[in-house]
Design a protein around this ligand. Structure first.
Ligand SMILES: [Zn+2]
Length: 277
């Protein structure tokens, strides 16, 4: 909840600038919002840390960067990445390394969760198997803690004629009533009403079928969003199987996340070596 990463698109509600997160990976101004990531906290406690493709690992926080960062997008085979990270632990004395893989998320978004052939799951399973063997090979079994974090679930977005997609401009004039929005990217949307228009926006959105609208202070606790300073005042969540659009039909994603994309940047592997809790 404190990480303030609330969407795949980084945004500035003052300038209305929106940037896909991949273009922000080396730009501190989009990530450094006063909340320290785990690796910086570890460094402040005297540990040596590294980031391997991990979102947010390629920038500085309060002027401090991770000891070693490889911020570029993935490209090298997974087993090579694991070998490299293991050598950082065993040969160079790193204590904490974050390692990111974009699967099975990428394939899941392209093909949806209902496909019968799930080759990517088998691949990831083999990768985890390789990781376990590599840890053993480097004699780190008794010293290394591995934390595997996940992303979000998925559901198939239905299309017409099965469902009518939700076009919000049919229910309220977004241009007149809002000053900022991110709405066309699946089943989750956020927006900022213009001053004095908060209740009108909320009331209009409350009438839209097949979705739920939340004011910031009414967001369910299990969303882990309400504390976020970055989150705009209104959040919209489509019912499972439905897609949100603002002014016209557009299908950016075949599937959308069940827990939205709030944690999209968090899936990956975190290694903790000799870490004091
Ligand atoms: Zn995703």
């Amino acid at each position: 909840e404190d990480h303030e990463v609330v969407h795949n698109i980084m945004f500035n509600t003052t300038t209305n600038e929106k940037v896909f997160y991949k273009k922000t990976l080396t730009r501190s101004e989009w990530w450094d919002n006063g909340v320290l990531p785990l690796w910086i906290t570890a460094q402040n406690q005297g540990l040596k840390t590294a980031s391997f493709h991990f979102p947010g690992g390629g920038v500085s926080y309060n002027g401090q960067a991770v000891n070693r960062a490889i911020p570029e997008p993935e490209g090298t085979p997974r087993h090579q990445n694991i070998d490299k990270v293991m050598s950082w632990f065993s040969d160079e004395g790193f204590n904490l390394v974050t390692l990111y893989y974009g699967e099975p998320d990428n394939v899941g978004h392209k093909k949806g969760p209902d496909q019968t052939e799930r080759r990517i799951i088998k691949q990831i399973d083999r990768t985890i198997g390789y990781l376990r063997k590599a840890i053993k090979r480097h004699n780190l079994t008794d010293k290394l803690n591995v934390i595997i974090t996940s992303d979000h679930g998925m559901t198939t977005v239905k299309k017409r004629p099965q469902v009518e997609e939700i076009i919000l401009n049919k229910y309220l004039n977004l241009l007149m009533l809002t000053s900022f929005e991110i709405l066309d990217y699946g089943g989750f949307g956020i927006l900022t009403p213009k001053p004095g228009k908060e209740q009108e926006v909320f009331d209009n959105l409350s009438k839209v079928p097949n979705m739920t609208v939340y004011k910031k202070n009414e967001i369910p606790e299990n969303f882990h969003l309400a504390k976020s300073k970055r989150l705009p005042p209104i959040t919209i969540v489509a019912d499972l199987g439905f897609n949100l659009n603002s002014v016209s039909l557009c299908n950016f994603t075949k599937t959308f996340s069940f827990k939205f994309h709030l944690y999209h940047c968090l899936h990956g592997i975190i290694f903790l070596d000799h870490f004091d809790y």
